[in-house]
Design a protein around this ligand. Structure first.
Ligand SMILES: Nc1ncnc2c1ncn2[C@@H]1O[C@H](COP(=O)(O)OP(=O)(O)O)[C@@H](O)[C@H]1O
Ligand SMILES: [Mg+2]
Length: 319
């Protein structure tokens, strides 16, 4: 068992060659990367075994009970390969947040094992925990922005706490804010932003360290459908840099349109696991992906809303 965990080592295992520059990559570069990811997925599928670092996330018989009557999760087993974009769906109370909190290691399982990049989180020492968490980007429904700091300061803070130099911060913060469509909002405070903008700040903050794994727990829970599409496009764009993305949501209509892998929980048990391989095109542009999300949903029809400038990212990413 490892005595130390280095950021570069974890990043390397989960996402070789990843960096923030990938967020600004051209469509051609992204297509090349997509084909590499697809090849690696095939190799991973052939070689996968318990504890395999080819798995970004692996849960083996994970049970978490809050008290004698209520199980957060019961005997959950699944794995997510590096570079996948996976939805975790299920009604309120089905265990989605419990799973997220186990992955952040805010909770410990009562039974079973949770592995990230092939390493058992149960074996991480207290001292190693902050190093582990630096490899995670985490996004919540309620944004969790610091209200008395500007957009710029909120994002810069994420770099300060991990010991980045001032030069590094000056370089990375404007970059990520531009790529998330917030270039004109640097000096705004959170209460001067719309919900969608606040969520984009929280995604910028989660991604500014270029983590190999991004966890989003109901990121569109407080947003209207059109704004939600922009947020999903942004998460998809992040996935296309090579980051593994797990999104918990109860918006199953949107998930069905996205044609990605879906893990469904019901009362703490995985009741559906639709693998992406059969039907998810991996080389869609961000704009095509947005169009897919805007396809009219089956009953009930979505009420069309006037699109605000900046609602989506087709423009920001210049595919
Ligand atoms: N801190 C807690 N204390 C007691 N029970 C909890 C706690 N957190 C969650 N639960 C229970 O565990 C189950 C799963 O909750 P949760 O993981 O939050 O589901 P979801 O995120 O899918 O809504 C629910 O029955 C919930 O009431
Ligand atoms: Mg929840």
């Amino acid at each position: 068992m490892q005595s130390t965990l280095h950021l570069a080592e974890w990043g390397g295992i989960l996402r070789p060659g990843a960096n923030l520059a990938a967020m600004a990559a051209t469509e051609k570069e992204l297509r090349l990367r997509d084909s590499q990811v697809a090849q690696r997925k095939d190799a991973d599928a052939a070689a996968t075994r318990p504890g395999d670092p080819a798995n970004a996330i692996e849960c083996r018989g994970v049970t978490k009970r809050y008290d004698t009557s209520k199980a957060g999760l019961s005997g959950t087993t699944f794995s997510i390969r590096r570079g996948e974009f996976v939805f975790l769906v299920g009604p309120t109370g089905s265990g989605k947040s419990t799973l997220m909190r186990l992955l952040i290691k805010e909770l410990e399982p009562d039974q079973g094992r949770v592995l990230v990049a092939g390493r058992d989180l149960g074996e991480l020492t207290h001292k190693q925990l902050p190093f582990y968490r630096r490899n995670l980007g985490v996004v919540f429904q309620d944004f969790k922005l610091l209200p008395d700091r500007t957009v710029y300061e909120n994002v810069a803070y994420a770099l300060q706490v991990t010991g980045s130099s001032r030069a590094d911060i000056r370089e990375k913060v404007p970059d990520i804010l531009r790529l998330t469509g917030l270039a004109t909002k640097l000096h705004h405070y959170p209460d001067q932003l719309s919900g969608g903008e606040q969520q984009r700040v929280s995604i910028a903050r989660a991604f500014v360290n270029a983590p190999p794994l991004l966890l989003a727990d109901e990121p569109t829970g407080n947003l209207d459908p059109e704004t939600s599409i922009g947020i999903m496009q942004l998460l998809y764009r992040i996935n296309r840099t090579g980051t593994t993305v797990l999104v918990a949501t109860h918006d199953s209509a949107m998930v069905d349109r996205m044609r990605r892998r879906v893990l469904e929980l019901a009362e703490g048990v995985i009741v559906r696991d639709e693998l992406d391989g059969q039907y998810a095109p991996t080389d869609m542009t961000t704009a095509e992906f947005g169009a897919l999300l805007r396809e009219p949903s089956p009953e009930p029809q979505r009420v069309p809303k006037k699109r605000e400038p900046g609602d989506d990212f087709d423009e920001a990413f210049r595919d």
